[in-house]
Design a protein around this ligand. Structure first.
Ligand SMILES: [Zn+2]
Ligand SMILES: [Zn+2]
Length: 343
């Protein structure tokens, strides 16, 4: 079967033929209808995060239908439309028991430490499957597990966002544009930043006030937006020392700074302001299966729209990668499969 895999660190993403995997006990084989291409897929090429044995098939976001059941799988049948939560967790540690599977210390992730969905077929534990209603296309569903569910997890679960709060979303790329939609659904007022007018235009369509940081002062915009108080929540989708410093300065006392991105190795936190203001700096890692179930429900009802910026067949991974690196996309890239034409 065709896959997109890391053959060696420091190389490029390329199409590789690999054998179709067989589902082990408790697993199902999914025939992939579409998979989401994430900038993390490019970071994984560097080798900074070990992927185990190479080659490794990437793709942590996928949708498709069940093609085969492994031994002991109940509750699913071939042909069921599905997507999958990306973390394969132990189910026994204190974090798993508490439903905080994103903290499981022994997790293996689909498309990281185990083969992922940039393929014609992938095996996933049945415990990770989420049923996909007919109202959601494979392409739309293929960006729910990360680009959408991660923002849901950050804002709703980690940030505890409530109606009427003021949220500043730094960066409205593939994740941030869905963060805008989720914050809007939650009843928040939203200020969103970008240096790209077309991204800001879409963020405004979904209920945000846009700030073009290439030409406008964010400090002035926040002062007006929050009437001099600072915002309740900052979502940092940029993850640089500069974005952390700036974001903390725009947060009200007691406000929450949500760390979603980690471009720089370390951040600098001014200690006295942190002490005085009791601001909270909160890590936000991925999403749980329940987060994915929740966003599937929102997408099914049309309350949330997965924003797809471009579609490429799996075979055109080079073109897709170049487009992703260009940074001029609005929304996410989806890798399509020929069989998805009918859906
Ligand atoms: Zn990702
Ligand atoms: Zn666990």
């Amino acid at each position: 079967m065709r896959t997109v895999a890391v053959r060696q660190y420091g190389g490029t993403l390329e199409v590789m033929d690999r054998p179709v995997p067989r589902p082990g006990p408790g697993e199902v084989l999914v025939r992939v209808g579409a998979s989401g291409l994430c900038s993390t897929d490019l970071h994984l090429l560097s080798g900074r995060q070990p992927l185990g044995e190479l080659p490794r098939v990437l793709g942590h976001e996928l949708a498709g239908d069940v093609a085969e059941l492994g031994r002991g799988v109940a509750g699913w049948k071939t042909g069921d439309r599905v997507t999958a939560a990306m973390d394969v967790t132990c189910g026994r540690c204190r974090h798993c028991r508490a439903g905080q599977t994103q903290r499981c210390p022994t997790m293996q992730r689909i498309g990281f430490e185990r083969d992922g969905g940039h393929a014609e077929y992938v095996t996933v534990p049945a415990a990770n499957l989420v049923a996909l209603p007919a109202a959601i296309s494979y392409e739309g569903a293929a960006i729910l597990p990360d680009a959408v569910a991660c923002m849901y997890h950050s804002l709703i679960c980690q940030g505890g966002l409530r109606a009427g709060q003021r949220v500043l979303i730094l960066g409205v790329g593939g994740l941030g544009i869905h963060g805008v939609q989720i914050a809007h659904l939650a009843g928040a007022q939203i200020l969103a930043t970008s240096r790209r007018p077309e991204r800001l235009a879409l963020a405004e369509r979904y209920g945000a006030t846009g700030v073009d940081t290439a030409s406008q002062s964010l400090e002035e915009a926040v002062a007006e937006f929050a009437h001099g108080e600072g915002v309740d929540i900052v979502v940092d989708n940029i993850g640089t020392r500069a974005s952390v410093r700036q974001g903390l300065g725009l947060l009200r006392p007691g406000g929450k700074f949500l760390v979603v991105a980690y471009l720089d190795e370390t951040f600098e936190i001014p200690s006295i302001p942190l002490f005085k203001t009791e601001q909270q700096i909160i890590g936000c890692r991925g999403s749980t299966r329940q987060d994915l179930i929740d966003v599937v429900r929102l997408a099914e009802r049309g309350e949330l729209t997965p924003v797809i910026g471009a579609r490429y067949p799996l075979d055109q991974i080079r073109e897709a990668t170049a487009r992703l690196e260009s940074g001029e996309l609005v929304g996410r890239i989806v890798l399509t499969r020929p069989s998805d034409a009918a859906h």
